[in-house]
Write a protein that binds this ligand. Structure first.
Ligand code: UDP
Ligand code: MN
Length: 520
């Protein structure tokens, strides 16, 4: 059992001002009327001169006179479609691997993979460049097939022209259609169920695989219960320049359950004895690109089919893999590029926030135990969102006898923004076992005496961010200055500060039901 019970802290609402970057910035724009795209998407460009635009992963520069047109076209997919259409579908790319990866040898008997690519209203050029890069840069003996799952796109060129085009490729490519818009989760489930390879490799529809990307993934999967991701390189949404991603970052998440990249911690470097060509254990995956053994995918419960459209599924599968006895890794010798967009081009039926909140609630309710409250307190209103029926997912957790979320935080993600130990968690902040007053990665900090306190990035060095709670006097003492947190006793001050401990009612903070250790 947890030592520190969840409880509600009532910290004055005057502190609300410090809550920063409150909203998940998700933009979307209507794309239902993008059918003028039709003519542009026609097949044909699958080869180009080796000094053509974008070759070698070089950026494409659009001449001045076409800038207006370029901006218009950008809106269709939220990337530079004009640039993409200038680039050959089989352009060359640099070999961005670490030197130590280039001559690694892999067994002959690697499992074969199906590649499943789901798409909704994808551009012709990016979709087919993904397909060509898979075919051109994978040993065909390892490639079972490619399955393209059309999630009810509204583009004519993605119908018959697509089917005709892929028919002539040297690897079997199937095009499967969802009857109605279902979202990437259910579309991937459909693709997975119709595919036949021993391994399933999921890719987004705007990727480019580089030389040697597949072998190290498959080699790693031969080891039981390991789910693997390549390093995701960046294809610029502006220029389509190919930029190598870092082997020094791995996946995490914050209180809002946003996936984020963070530096690979020292402990993980040490575990690999400094060999950067060895796979990195990662707490979470970005979501779009990974390989998994087909039987293991089944065994751990595929995806949560109750999740809609987009979002949350990557954390859900990450938590599930780790908590239920698997391993999630980034294979640093495998590089696949992905067009990262700043905005979403398509609609989210029912509303973006609503859908993402629902998906996130499902994963929080099933996998995060009491730590779900960190998500709930930082996302006002989220608890009002209906998350549907989760009985089968909870039953799955039971059946697989998965470990608690505290185990995950302790053993897989000790550097998480969510503190493993906390004395209390309230409407605004948590009071952690490190005696920080903390929300997400921000800590209450006193850098100026008698001035307002501020939320600054947690440095975990105690110092200006160390607070002692006195459960009798109900004061929060800033240890360094021996002053008390004061919620603006002077009328002209709107923000809290630290002042001499006079223990007036302005310095009393109620951490209700808090169970503090002996030292208090
Ligand atoms: N996708 C889909 N149906 C949807 C939303 C997305 O098939 O309702 C596909 C999309 O075309 C892409 C993949 O799912 O191939 C991931 O979506 P996206 O690239 O927009 O996500 P991001 O990479 O921005 O996280
Ligand atoms: Mn994507």
């Amino acid at each position: 059992m947890r030592r520190f019970a969840y409880c509600k802290v009532v910290l004055a609402t005057s502190l609300v001002w410090v809550m920063l970057d409150m909203f998940i910035l998700l933009y979307f724009s209507e794309c239902n009327k993008c059918d003028d795209k039709k003519e542009r998407g026609l097949p044909g460009r699958d080869g180009g001169p080796r000094d053509g635009p974008g070759e070698g992963g070089k950026p494409v520069v659009i001449p001045k006179e076409n800038q207006e047109k370029m901006k218009e076209m950008f809106k269709i997919n939220q990337f530079n479609l004009m640039a993409s259409e200038m680039i050959a579908l089989n352009r060359t790319l640099p070999d961005v691997r670490l030197e130590g990866c280039k001559n690694k040898l892999y067994p002959d008997n690697l499992p074969r993979t199906s590649v499943v690519i789901v798409f909704h209203n994808e551009a012709w050029s990016t979709l087919l460049r993904t397909v060509h890069s898979v075919i051109d840069r994978s040993p065909h003996t390892l490639l079972e097939e490619i399955v393209l799952v059309d999630d009810a796109s509204e583009r004519d060129f993605l119908k018959r022209p697509l089917e005709q085009y892929v028919r002539r490729l040297e690897i079997p490519v199937r095009v499967v259609r969802m009857e109605q818009r279902s979202g990437l989760i259910r579309a991937r489930l459909k693709g997975a169920s119709l595919s036949t390879g021993q391994v399933i490799t999921f890719l987004d529809a705007h990727c480019e695989c580089t030389i040697g990307w597949l072998e190290p993934l498959l080699a790693r999967i031969k080891q039981d219960k390991t789910v693997v991701c390549p390093i995701i390189d960046v294809i610029s949404d502006d220029t389509f320049e190919y930029m190598a991603g870092s082997d020094m970052t791995y996946g995490g998440f914050n209180w809002k359950l946003n996936f984020r990249w963070y530096p690979v911690p020292q402990r993980e470097m040490d575990r690999r004895k400094g060999d950067r060509t060895l796979p990195v254990r990662t707490p979470t995956m970005a979501g779009g690109l990974f390989s998994i053994d087909r039987d293991y995918f089944q065994e751990i419960g595929t995806y949560d089919a109750g999740m809609d459209i987009w979002g949350g599924e990557n954390l859900e599968i990450s938590f599930r893999i780790w908590q239920c006895g698997g391993t999630l890794e980034i294979v640093t010798c495998s590089h696949v590029g992905h067009v990262f967009r700043k905005a979403t081009p398509y609609t989210f039926p029912g509303g973006t926030g609503q859908i993402i909140n629902k998906n996130n609630r499902r994963l929080a309710e099933v996998w995060m135990d009491e730590f779900k409250n960190f998500f709930y307190i930082i996302s006002p209103g989220v608890t009002k969102v209906d998350y549907g029926d989760i009985t089968s997912r909870s039953a799955l957790r039971q059946k697989l006898q998965c470990k608690p979320f505290s185990w995950y935080l302790e053993n897989v993600y000790p550097d998480s923004q969510i503190p493993r130990h906390y004395y209390s968690l309230g409407e605004v902040f948590s009071y952690t076992a490190n005696k920080e007053i903390r929300t997400d990665d921000l800590c209450l900090d006193v850098s100026k005496l008698n001035g307002p306190v501020m939320m600054l990035k947690c440095h975990h060095l105690k110092g200006n961010q160390l607070w002692e709670y006195d459960p009798v006097k109900l004061t929060l003492i800033h240890v360094n200055s021996n002053q008390c947190l004061d919620k603006a006793s002077e009328e002209d001050s709107q923000v809290p500060s630290v002042r001499d401990c006079t223990h007036t009612r302005f310095q009393q903070w109620l951490l209700r039901n808090v169970t503090l250790p002996e030292v208090f």
